[in-house]
Design a protein around this ligand. Sequence first.
Ligand code: ZN
Length: 131
Amino acid sequence: MTLPLARLVGAARRAARRAHAPYSRFHVGAAVLAGGAVHAGCNVENASYGLTVCAERNAVAAAVLAGARKLDAVVVASATVPPTPPCGMCLQTLAEFGSAALPVILVGARGARVELTLGELLPRAFSKKFL
Ligand code: ZN
């Protein structure tokens, strides 16, 4: 499958601009591809810091709301060099809807880009097979 990378990166970067990050000022956007559709999310912080939800999980929630249950690709956009990877909680959330081969593409400032798979980022994900 040829990924619509420009579409995904554009959606992730636009989402990052919508982030609610008044505490960290760390704006992150994410876009997931599911069944040909792109779903985006941004980080949403809270004055009670522990309630903050990352961009990746918000993008997954948008995809699930639209009926998706299988992810085909993920793009995470930040303004860092090197680009920011998903946190552990988000990796586990991605593992619920993506295989170890799921492409996870990280884009940062000044053209920085890293292409990985979910399996590389979370090689021993917890799954229903352990239940
Ligand atoms: Zn996260």
